[in-house]
Design a protein around this ligand. Structure first.
Ligand code: G1P
Length: 292
């Protein structure tokens, strides 16, 4: 079955970026000059997905406005003859068909996905978390879709995280599948645990925010208990799914930036700016001249 739809959970409070996120969604913070959510939506589109579902919450109207037609802005840019900017602004609203569904309470990632159930129905779908920006030759979601097509199971993106930082992630215990690379890229998931203490992590393979999920995930999420903080974790839902069907993990090719973290966000900003044709050379010159 073809992966046609993708869910973008965007109802989180963004407390890690306060005060910037007091009245502005964290998904709208710009990396150079583009909101982070646009990077992930473009990745889904470049992977052949044209049905986008954004799970929003209170205070997230700016996301809807961003992907909508901005009539006044277009008129002003047209009047001033700013055709380049006009085209850029128009392209955003023409990009894709986006549906919005509201998560009324911040009850966790698993709950956010459950909220999208009526818009997904009975088909496998992708989930992309905007905190993870992945720069890759083949878009990460497309890599994941290829693994799904091979195994017809849910697929979790993973990367190696060394040391105590592993406890900031969902962590998998996996058995390598075949010998697609050394170390392996594809794993048969045997267990997974959300944010374990370092000493209890089953491996150094962290779950990164790209998933292909089979529709059975909805049934298990409906029965997944909230954790201590009252949130329904996707990782705990996947653990239940594992009792019913196989799940794979894929160590994707590409560089992942943690845009949900201040340092990660700064690193992404610098590296993305350096790659830009219009800014890279000047910015590199500026950086070279800095005294530390
Ligand atoms: C979520 C997931 C976690 C995963 C992470 C990837 O956590 O719950 O399993 O490792 O995304 O970015 P969050 O960072 O939203 O707390």
């Amino acid at each position: 079955m073809k992966i046609r739809k993708a869910v973008f959970p965007a109802a989180g409070l963004g407390t890690r970026f306060l005060p910037a996120t007091k009245s502005q969604p964290k998904e709208m913070l710009p990396l150079v000059d583009k909101p982070v959510i646009q990077y992930v939506i473009e990745e889904a589109m470049a992977s052949g997905i044209d049905n986008i579902i954004i799970v929003t919450g209170r205070g997230k109207n700016a996301i809807e406005d961003h992907f909508d037609v901005s009539y006044e802005l277009e008129k002003i840019l047209e009047g001033r003859g700013k055709t380049d900017l006009l085209e850029q602004v128009r392209a955003i609203s023409k990009m894709v068909s986006i549906s919005y569904v509201r998560q009324k309470e911040a009850l966790g990632l698993g709950h956010a996905i459950l909220v999208a159930k009526p818009l997904i129905g009975e088909e496998p779908f992708a989930v992309l978390l905007g905190d993870d920006i992945i720069d890759a030759e083949v878009p990460c979601t497309q890599q994941m879709i290829s693994v799904f097509e091979r195994h017809q199971s849910s697929v979790l993106a993973t990367q190696v995280v060394e040391g105590p930082d592993i406890s900031r992630y969902g962590v998998i215990k996996g058995e390598p599948v075949g010998a697609d690379s050394e170390p392996a890229r594809t794993y048969h998931v045997q267990d997974l645990v959300e944010k374990p203490p370092y000493s209890e992590a089953p491996s150094n393979l962290a779950i990164i925010g790209r998933y292909i999920l089979t529709p059975e995930i909805f049934e298990v999420l409906e029965h997944t208990r909230a954790d201590k903080s009252g949130e329904i974790q996707l990782t705990n839902g996947l653990r239940l799914l594992l009792e019913r069907q196989s799940v794979h993990a894929y160590r994707f090719e590409g560089k992942r930036y943690d845009a949900g973290d201040k340092l990660g966000f700064l690193i992404a900003t610098v590296e993305f700016a350096l790659k830009r044709d219009d800014l890279g050379a000047d910015f590199a010159n500026y950086l070279r001249g800095l005294k530390f």
